[in-house]
Write a protein of this length. Structure first.
Length: 637
């Protein structure tokens, strides 16, 4: 690593390595529950590393991930009788998909968060397991199964460690074949029914991609979309005849629309064009039903259409929140995953057009909490100093006495946004009388294409002003104490936390930085391949002297000596995105100035805390740190 001390060494204080022990909880039903209960509350989960495919092809079995054992493991439940079986063990998994035959599942697993996956096949009953693609120095990216169900297409970094190659691995024999020597940021996506072609996406920044059709036999590539103004093409769902596909796209628009593309005529037809993003899309295998979601203010709504008649029908009534959904491969059964302010994760199944109502098949485990008492957020909007409209989700405590202190939460990405999902820390803080604003600074998605690109390249410095403007807005809101504001976030949100504390050292009473960038030069140099592919558009070329000077100038490490705000910092020793030695140096520089920093350097984590014991340990400390800094009357829990 380039991030070392002047003597060439990086040292770690043993006290910064967390010693994780058992958690002692309060009794269930306490007026102010222990913070650990909010993180022990859990439900069905699905990793973004693989396509959302919970239902077996025939719709009779449902698979999901759960952390109830302490690590994310895969479970399968029989839809009819509700019996469930844990399939995976050990260090956990990072995603899965049903194999086309329905008799097995393919799961992904890395090594303690290093993001270098291996692929494994496991039988539906968990009694047989084999390796399809071993873990290696390459990064693997899940694609789609071939139309004949025999093989899996995926992308893998080549020998140069930067460009992606496209491969096919035979599910029966494990034989692997390279079929396309690709480019940086190229990924296998959706297989065309009845043929040898598949759609491939190529990153153009974090919020856009080109789209092409590649023949897995000949290697011939046909470019479908490569517009002058970068756009996104997502949720690609082929019709059964392979003549076209449905998708969501923001081509020539601010927000993503529901559209259809005819491969033969090369025509893109917009179907639904709301003034908000179409977030998800599903198509039944018989092409009868089309389901999509529209997101407004961080909350999604489902819409359902009979394609033949063109008529919409009512979607099932589900808990408010964020939805993932997909049809089974051979039946018109829809699985819907729900996370929201009042649910840490549940799964429903529903057959459109049937008189049978939607059925919850996987329920959340509330860990003794009354989920009906969780806080629902309010969508808020306010202007930045230059007139740009900013927004976020505001959670107000129910039992606040006087003006509530505020935690200003900064999401990662930056091409992401705050959603009304399950946010255990937010709910705990509200239970303690602390308000939370999960803030969408410029560069966030969900507010249109133009807003998402207001922080590209040299515009990045303007985000800091947004954070300051958010504090000023909070200071004018009734019931909120704008003088007692803490700031924090993870990944890119950690970078913004690091940056604003150095540039505005007296603005906040506390800061929490999780896996946050402190040195842009070393970070962009050492980025993982998928990040490098988007960084070239989102940030620039770190090898360009001008870009290098710019990113050196905005690196928080430059202002570490100016940070006076007490800080809590977290990193994972195996993180391939924000390398731990970079954070070591940042923490050492702040401590040298005498500012107190509590540092959590987990030896068995990567860019996210996945081990449940580690998660409970860290967020218990996180909550206690904020409570102490806010001067709450009761002692920290």
């Amino acid at each position: 690593m380039a991030t070392t001390f002047a003597n060439g060494e990086t040292t770690v204080d043993p006290a910064d390595i967390p010693k994780v022990g058992p958690v002692v909880l309060d009794l269930a039903g306490a007026a102010k529950p222990h913070v650990a209960r909010f993180f022990l509350a859990e439900g069905a989960q699905f990793s973004p590393s693989a396509p959302f495919s919970p239902l077996s092809p025939d719709g009779t079995q449902i698979a999901y991930e759960s952390t109830i054992t302490g690590q994310p493991q895969m479970w399968v439940k029989n839809v009819a009788d509700g019996s469930s079986t844990q399939l995976t063990y050990g260090l956990g998994i990072d995603g899965f998909s049903w194999a086309p035959d329905g008799r097995s599942l393919i799961y992904l697993a890395d090594q303690s968060g290093d993001e270098k996956m291996g692929y494994y096949a496991i039988s539906q009953d968990g009694t047989k397991e084999r390796e399809l693609r071993p873990k290696s120095a390459s990064y693997l990216y899940f694609g789609d199964f071939s139309s004949d169900g025999t093989s899996l297409a995926y992308a893998a970094t080549g020998k140069d460690g930067v460009t992606n190659e496209l491969h096919l691995v035979n599910l029966g024999t494990g034989a692997d074949r390279l079929f396309f020597s690709g480019r940086q940021g190229l990924y296998a996506s959706s297989w065309r029914p009845g043929g040898t072609e598949l759609l491939a996406v190529e990153a153009r920044g974090e919020d856009a991609n080109n789209l092409s059709l590649i023949d897995s036999e000949t290697g011939k590539e046909t470019m479908l979309f490569q517009p002058e103004i970068a756009s996104r093409y997502q949720n690609l769902k082929w019709t059964a005849d392979g003549k076209g596909f449905y998708l969501t796209t923001d081509q020539d628009r601010e927000f993503t629309a529901l559209a259809h593309y005819d491969v033969l005529t090369r025509k893109l037809k917009m179907i639904e064009t709301p003034d908000h993003d179409v977030a998800g899309l599903a198509l039944s295998s018989d092409d009868q039903w089309l389901v999509w979601s529209v997101e407004k203010g961080g909350v999604q709504q489902l819409q359902v259409r009979n394609i033949a008649s063109g008529k919409d029908i009512a979607a099932p009534v589900l808990p408010a929140g964020i939805y993932q959904f997909a049809f089974s491969a051979k039946a018109s059964v829809l699985a819907i995953h729900v996370v929201g302010p009042a649910t840490p994760g549940e799964v429903w199944i529903w057959t459109p057009g049937s008189e049978v109502p939607a059925k919850q098949v996987v329920a959340p485990s509330p860990a003794g909490l009354d989920l009906s008492q969780m806080i629902q957020p309010e969508s808020v909007t306010f202007p930045a100093r230059d007139g740009v409209s900013l927004n976020g989700l505001l959670y107000r405590p129910k039992l606040a006495q006087g003006s509530s202190p505020v935690f200003l939460g900064l999401h990662g990405g930056p091409s992401a946004h705050s959603q009304a999902g399950w946010t255990p820390l937010t709910q705990y803080l509200c239970s303690r009388g602390i308000a939370v604003l999960n803030f969408n600074y410029r560069g966030s998605t969900g507010s249109g294409k133009s807003f998402a690109r207001l922080n590209d390249r040299r515009l990045r410095v303007n985000e800091i002003g947004d954070v300051v403007d958010a504090v000023q807005w909070l200071n004018g809101q009734p019931g909120l104490d704008g003088k007692r504001v803490a700031v924090g976030g993870g990944s890119y949100g950690g970078y913004l936390t690091n940056a604003v504390l150095g540039l505005h050292p007296d603005l906040f009473v506390a800061g929490v930085s999780m896996v946050g960038v402190s040195d842009w030069v070393t970070n962009l140099e050492d980025a993982s391949p998928d990040l490098k592919a988007s960084d070239r558009v989102e940030y620039g070329d770190i090898n360009d002297p001008s870009d290098r000077v710019f990113f050196a100038s905005i690196s928080p490490i430059n202002n570490a000596a100016k940070i006076r705000t007490p800080l809590l910092v977290e990193t994972g020793a195996n993180d391939p995105r924000i390398r731990a030695p970079e954070t070591d140096l940042f923490v050492a520089a702040i401590r040298k100035n005498g500012t107190p920093v509590r540092y959590f350097r987990f030896p068995d984590e990567g860019h996210a805390i996945t081990n449940l014991a580690n998660k409970v340990h860290f967020y218990s400390a996180f909550a206690a740190f904020l409570e102490e800094r806010f001067g709450l009357a009761e002692p920290p829990r």
